[in-house]
Design a protein around this ligand. Sequence first.
Ligand code: ITT
Length: 190
Amino acid sequence: MELLFATYNSHKLNEIRNALGSMYTIQGLGDLNEKEIPETGNTLEENSLIKAEYIFKKYQKACFSDDTGLEVSALNNEPGVFSDRYAGSGNSEDNIDLLLANLTDQKDRKARFKTIITYFDEKGKQFIFEGVAHGKIILEKKGIQGFGYDPIFQPNGFERTFAQMSLHQKNKISHRGIALKKLIAHLISK
Ligand code: ITT
């Protein structure tokens, strides 16, 4: 089955291709020669809808999007929907440095990743799948796998960050992996 994925993020594409396996052919925005879709919403749900709706209207094919944010308890759930632009540059190293600086001397390190997947079926019916991974922000970066905030996020029940896990291990417990399992269950039930 072919699915269009409204993302420009090659790491997300990798994770999702790995989780979905060979039954699905996934085409990202790069494969479609599309430009990045501006995320003008105020919530993950709004941005997820904007991206999926844009692609569905243009291609009239089954498609989905993923909008993800990191919510840190001691920072009133920031950066949240602004996770990408937290430090202004859109650069993950800068985002991590700013987050660690804002948590200096902070004892409460609780955080969670949240993913909202919006799926449009080939008839344009819309479905939303959410995945949350609970954990904490550690004091300094660890690991080189993954992307974004992975080097400073340690999921509950593990002594390793997402950046110290393989793609397969991260997918089993991550926000995106959980939301994807719900999407897959939906696709299989059809
Ligand atoms: P899209 O093209 O899909 O919109 P994006 O990189 O803009 O890709 P998001 O807005 O969903 O994706 O992500 C917001 C930020 O959160 C961005 O800086 C990512 O690096 C980071 N992020 C998203 N998923 C992550 C994950 O699984 N682990 C670590 N950081 C993640």
